[in-house]
Design a protein around this ligand. Sequence first.
Ligand SMILES: [Zn+2]
Length: 422
Amino acid sequence: MPVYGKISRRTVLGIGAAATASLAIPARAHAASSTTGSGVQGLRAARVFDGERLHADPSLVLLCGGTIIGVLPEGSDTGRIPVTDLGDVTLMPGLVDAHVHLCFEPTGDITTPSLEDSDETMLERIRLNARAALSSGVTTVRDVADRGYLTLGVRDERAADMPEILCSGPPITTPDGHCWFLGGVAESDDEIVAAVDERAARGVDVVKVMATGGTLTAGSNPFEAQYTVEQLRLLVDRAHRHRLPVTAHAHGAPGIAAAVQAGVDGVEHATFLSPTGVTVDEETIMAMAAAQIFVGSTAAQVPEGTASELVLAVAAVLASEYRAGVPMVCSSDAGASPEKPFTCMPYGVVQMRDYLGMTDQAALRSATSLAADSCGVGNRKGRIRPGYDADLLAVPGNPAADVMAMLNPVTIYRAGRLIPSS
Ligand SMILES: [Zn+2]
């Protein structure tokens, strides 16, 4: 087992790193079918995975503007609505990546650019990274490491060629703690409360706190808690008062336990890293399952060579969390390191099956409906249902039988708009 000091960034991040069950015709679709020139369009696919389960028969998904307005069985009378036949594909919701770092270039050095790059350079990178994610089928990203609220600015541009962006602003951390260089340092109780208030005033979608150090920040300790339970509870209560969810970065058991006891909504990583490899705290896993705290696996990466002993150990921990009933979300940590480019999310779906023991359908859920739920947007993202955003992905064959299909998306729609293949 690797020991503290010998754990490389690469190995740690390797893993650390039925609403339409009957496909009933909704009233709105009937209304639409008698209308022409209304902006309604249909997409025909051999199968539909609706974010929760597969419908194995050919179906027609109706869109109007940026919204799904109906799902019909093939052969339904659709009047003069233009229909695009997508062929032998499965139409599914676009992927939701609940953990990305749009400010980072995936080189492995997150500190120097964060301290030195101009806002213009950073903004260009954020837009480029967001577009790359969309090209791989990711139609929603949650950014959890902003600098100077730049990502919020890009979010609010609502550009048609980007995924929807959800933002945390700079993560809240201790002096010299994980990602201190992003500007979110808060030490005293007053500073913690002020930091949450500032993020709420800025309009963030989630509050991110660094509950332990991180492997990419020199001098921080990923094995130990950065805040006490009381401090984290203060933070969580304040965020919840603003109706904001909290997700906590945590590797070591003390930080995970503190975050869970404080009532966070999500834990990122949850690797149980320790100086001797991984040291699991079963009680905390049971507490996460009981409270249904989302765990962001941050496991997606482009595969390279044989997985290390530590990567496999962390994967085994995440698999045990999943088996214990913890809602396990497929996410990427894109931008954190070279094997995590912004196009790596589809590999994560495969890894949820191959390393965490999910069925193919469960792996698909973890990157769509469950991921959307974890980001607080499960009422409009991650499912194919009337009223939901028309963020769609067509993949060849049947990914519910073999998620390898995710690696070759053929068509991507963002808010009802076809994204040209790059
Ligand atoms: Zn991260």
